[in-house]
Design a protein around this ligand. Structure first.
Ligand code: HEC
Ligand code: HEC
Length: 242
């Protein structure tokens, strides 16, 4: 990748800062200065985080590649973040055209238009960038920190464990402050369900699919979590969703 011409760099420095209430990209990044990183981060956490690790967004999905790892090499090789933005934008609109059952399947156009550009800009800004997001950006997006004294069910829900992907990567649950929309909103669908029914849905998610959703919830929670952990999780969810 060739170096950015000096003049464009000056331009992007001039455009750096907070634009129209949003948070925009900065300095030599060469990311579209009109992009709203705040909106991009929120949408990333909701629509993409269930499948991708992106450290700054606090997401831990493992179905697709870690986006930190994916772009770390390219950055070291001198690819500009502006170029990465374009790569991510293309991937959002036109991922590999493979069947849904394939391991390489990524759903196309999860975000479109301006929001697709915002998400691409945030990924380009955040990928493999050391440190944490600051200011308004810090509060947006991924998994909020869980206090050490939180109930075990809440911890498992938000942070997962070893091979058990965090539930909050895919599900909204008010009590856990998660907002992902890949799976059903548990506040809405678990009303009136018993802990026993919920535990069954966690261990055998394919048995009864929630209408409007596909069969992508991990099937191995029965092995990845102990019986005691499954019960804590199910009790916690039954308690929170009534
Ligand atoms: C259901 C899981 C899933 C979701 C949701 C998802 N992706 Fe992906 N993504 C994948 C998989 C699997 C791949 C690897 C296959 C490929 O490279 O085409 C991938 C690849 C990528 C790549 C290429 C990484 C590389 O190694 O070059 C980028 C960038 C990306 N995704 C960004 C996103 C963004 C942004 C979103 C949200 C708008 C998103 N993904 C949502 C599964 C997903
Ligand atoms: C990769 C995304 C993903 C992860 C991670 C995930 N789920 Fe799901 N979940 C889904 C999807 C999609 C559905 C709807 C399809 C189905 O019913 O299997 C679902 C369905 C459910 C249901 C059934 C809802 C109903 O309508 O009765 C429950 C309960 C549930 N999930 C709980 C959990 C818990 C608890 C965890 C963590 C241990 C978890 N999920 C992790 C995606 C996910």
């Amino acid at each position: 990748m060739s170096q950015t011409p000096f003049r464009t760099r000056l331009l992007s420095i001039a455009a750096c800062g907070v634009l129209a209430g949003g948070v925009s990209a900065c300095e030599h990044d060469n990311i579209d200065p009109g992009a709203d990183l705040l909106a991009g981060k929120k949408a990333f956490a909701q629509k993409c985080g269930s499948c991708h690790v992106l450290e700054r967004a606090g997401t831990q999905g493992a179905t697709g590649p870690s986006l930190d790892a994916a772009f770390d090499r390219a950055l070291r090789d001198g690819m500009g973040r502006g170029t990465i933005q374009g790569v991510v934008h293309d991937q959002i609109l036109y991922p590999a055209n493979v069947p849904q059952e394939s391991e390489a399947y990524m759903p196309p156009k999860l975000v479109t238009g301006k929001l697709a550009r915002d998400v691409a800009a945030y990924v380009a800004f955040a990928a493999a960038r050391p440190g944490e997001d600051k200011g308004k950006l810090a509060a947006a997006g991924g998994t909020p920190p869980v206090p050490a004294d939180a109930p075990p069910g809440l911890k498992l829900f938000v942070a997962g464990k070893d091979d058990a992907q965090a539930c909050g990567n895919c599900h909204t649950l008010g009590a856990a402050r998660t907002q992902a929309t890949t799976g059903p909103d548990l506040d809405a669908v678990l009303k009136g369900k018993s802990a026993k029914e919920i535990e069954k849905a966690i261990v055998d998610p394919s048995a009864e699919l929630t209408p409007g959703f596909s069969d992508i919830m991990p099937k191995d929670y029965g092995e990845a979590l102990t019986d005691a952990e499954l019960q804590e999780l199910a009790d916690y969810l039954a308690e929170q969703t009534g």
